[in-house]
Design a protein around this ligand. Structure first.
Ligand code: FES
Ligand SMILES: [Fe+2]
Length: 470
């Protein structure tokens, strides 16, 4: 998308900016390959199988939240493809992960999504494992003629690492570290202290679309003017600044709250901006005729109000205080980030059907008890008071696309609008009347993502070279 800037009667077109940033001399951002987005990569089961073999089982995957495993014995189960993985806190400072499959006859051991146990015990014949996966007890062990050690029959481990309250797993022992995988992203996001945020909503919608269709949708802003008309009065997608990283990660930075430059500047602050100003004790009337000054005023006022409320913005730049930042971590999550709130989104492929996936959203916020004076109901970010703080863990709401389209469930109006289109995109991939996507300049992050999908699938992928596995 090119937007028009009128200078002395001349119209200038301004594109989005895309900056290719290497992690190191060896870990470069451009895989030097242009993927063709033909329909088979969205519909073909062999393609899906290669993704499983070369991506999902080889890379670091966001699996859940440290806040779900705070106490010794707490666990959660992460299902991906046909695998099910248990993540436990087995000691005060130690987290373990292992395949959720009993070494007696292969039963799935834990079927709850999360909870707390003293031991990991298979319900079928009672084989019992310690919280670190070590086999501890076999009922009637003398019945087994075959001799084996407990070590041999312990649960098969999976690599696990945590960062900023987020748990990542990796099914390949030889893979390089999470730190190598995320590079400078870690330092950039450390000021947000996601580990201090609290889960206030957890939702999953089932979709009849390939997982990459979901990724594609959130990797471009070309569609925003068309299916999200409400964005015209709070974000400037036309002028987004994008960072393109190795392994398929990207970031987009979108100015907010501002008027989309494709539209004329209103005299008075539109509703969204007025709500934002009111929440921060600023009077929208003071901005009549001065709407372009609102973003800067909000950046300053948040720091003032933040001090009063005990929320510290000192680690953040002005842009981070106001703008919309989206980090796309390959392959399974993207995060929309504000100092006060984190949205994690994750499409997950179906275990056997390339035409299906599930799509989850975790909403985390700074807890109210971190704010000293919350009595006036002030909001540092519009919409943040829409979420009730659950006493225990936020319930995992699971629903269908129809529930969203028919208004029974919502992931916010914007995401609902996206969800509306995703199944239709997949239907198009099966049409005799369509062969391959054609992308414009502003869809460069989609192209980057797919270039890297192809790199991961190739024999000599960068990840395999860095990690030293075949
Ligand atoms: S399958 Fe688990 S104890 Fe038999
Ligand atoms: Fe969208």
């Amino acid at each position: 998308m090119f937007w028009r800037l009128s200078l002395g009667g001349e119209t200038i077109f301004m594109p989005q900016r895309f900056n290719y940033i290497d992690f190191s001399e060896e870990i470069t951002s451009d895989p030097k390959h242009k993927a063709i987005l033909s329909t088979d990569r969205y519909t073909n089961t062999e393609f899906m199988q290669s993704e499983w073999d070369k991506i999902w089982t080889k890379t670091w995957l966001f699996a859940g939240l440290v806040s779900d495993i705070q106490e010794v014995g707490d666990f959660f189960v992460y299902d991906i493809g046909r695998e099910s993985i248990i993540v436990t806190r087995n000691e005060a400072k130690k987290i373990s992960a292992f395949y959720n499959v009993c070494q007696h006859r292969g039963n799935k051991i834990l079927s709850l999504e999360c909870g707390s146990v003293n031991k990991v015990s298979c319900p079928y014949h009672g084989w019992t494992y310690k919280l670190n996966g070590k086999l501890e007890k076999i009922p009637d062990v003398e019945l087994f003629n075959q001799r084996f050690s407990c070590d041999e029959k312990s649960l098969k481990p999976v690599r696990v690492e945590t960062w900023a309250g987020l748990v990542f797993i990796n099914m390949t022992e030889e893979s390089a570290s999470l730190e190598t995988f995320l590079g400078p992203i870690i330092d950039q996001l450390n000021p947000y202290h996601f580990e201090n945020m609290k889960l206030v909503k957890h939702q999953t919608v089932s979709l009849e679309t390939n997982w990459k269709t979901v990724r594609d949708n959130f990797l471009e802003q070309y569609h925003v003017d068309f299916i999200h008309p409400q964005h015209a009065s709070f974000v400037d997608c036309c002028d987004a600044n994008n960072d393109m990283w190795p392994f398929g990660h990207t970031r987009t930075m979108v100015l907010s709250p501002v008027i989309n430059p494709r539209y004329s500047m209103p005299e008075e602050p539109p509703d969204f901006m007025s709500q934002y100003l009111n929440g921060l004790e600023l009077d929208p009337k003071d901005f009549i005729g001065k709407v372009p000054e609102i973003r800067e005023a909000i950046q300053k006022q948040k720091r003032v109000i933040g001090k009063k409320l005990g929320f510290d913005y000192s680690e953040f730049t002005d842009d981070q205080v106001s703008d919309v930042l989206q980090y796309d971590i390959f392959p399974n999550i993207f995060m929309t980030i504000h100092p006060e709130r984190l949205w994690i989104f994750g499409p997950k492929p179906h275990h056997s059907d390339p035409n299906k996936c599930s799509f989850s959203k975790w909403t985390l916020q700074i807890p109210k008890n971190k704010i000293r004076d919350d009595k006036r109901g002030l909001e540092l970010l519009p919409g943040s008071s829409d979420y009730a703080y659950p006493k225990d863990r936020a319930k995992h709401e699971i629903f269908s696309r129809e529930d969203v389209v028919e208004g029974r469930n919502s992931m916010t109006i914007t995401i609902d609008q996206d969800i509306h289109y995703l199944n239709d995109m997949q239907a198009g991939m099966h049409s005799r009347g369509f062969e391959a996507a054609v992308l414009n300049n502003d869809e460069e992050r989609v192209q980057h993502f797919h270039n890297w999908v192809d790199n991961w699938l190739s024999k000599d992928s960068l990840w395999s070279k860095i990690s030293n596995f075949k």
